[in-house]
Design a protein around this ligand. Structure first.
Ligand SMILES: [Fe+2]
Length: 181
């Protein structure tokens, strides 16, 4: 199957001179999510998430992702990358931590009360995030697929995955980008 290309702005010439900002990444994912032909090109699988890589602005890493009902990412961070994502179909929920985690040298961490943030992102809604953002993204619908567009800069060098029980966060594994999907 052939997928339509999605070109981004700023132009490659200007993007090569500076790293894309969070606002530029958010602008990119908003416009990609509004591209009905692009969104419709994503193969959907009721058994699991699907994804297509996009050419993000300024060398960023971008993905179009399909979420069957009941699927989610689990808790993870994006290391030093900043990013943005927006819902293109259905609805997604983001659970995020308003806290900076220690970089290394810990296995479990007791989270303070009040660090949890919850967002429901309907079609066209999204957010940008800064370095060390920790979150999980879920499609809590029982019957509707969701589709979203994501962009990260620099391209994700690694993702740290966590499990959570109450206020206890446990580092489970560090994944290379190839393991991510
Ligand atoms: Fe994420």
């Amino acid at each position: 199957m052939s997928l339509p290309s999605f070109s981004s702005s700023p132009s490659p010439a200007s993007a090569a001179t500076s790293a894309p900002t969070q606002a530029e990444l958010l602008d990119f994912v908003r416009r990609a999510a509004a591209d009905a032909e692009l969104v419709a090109s994503l193969p959907l699988d009721p058994e699991g998430r699907t994804w297509v890589r996009l050419a993000g602005p300024g060398g960023s890493e971008a993905w179009l992702i399909g979420w069957p009902p009941g699927t989610g990412t689990g808790w993870h961070d994006h290391a030093e990358s900043v990013g943005a994502f927006v819902t293109a179909a259905g609805e997604l929920k983001e659970n995020a931590l308003a806290a900076r985690l220690p970089a290394d040298g810990w296995k479990t961490l007791e989270l303070s009360d009040g660090v949890d943030r919850e967002r429901r992102l309907a079609v066209g809604q999204g957010r940008a995030f800064g370095r060390h953002h920790v979150h999980e993204v879920l499609n809590e619908s029982s019957d509707r697929h969701a589709v979203s567009v994501h962009a990260y800069y620099p391209p994700l060098p690694q993702i740290r995955r966590y499990s959570r029980s109450g206020q206890t966060l446990r580092l489970e594994q560090v994944e290379r980008p190839g393991d991510w999907q």
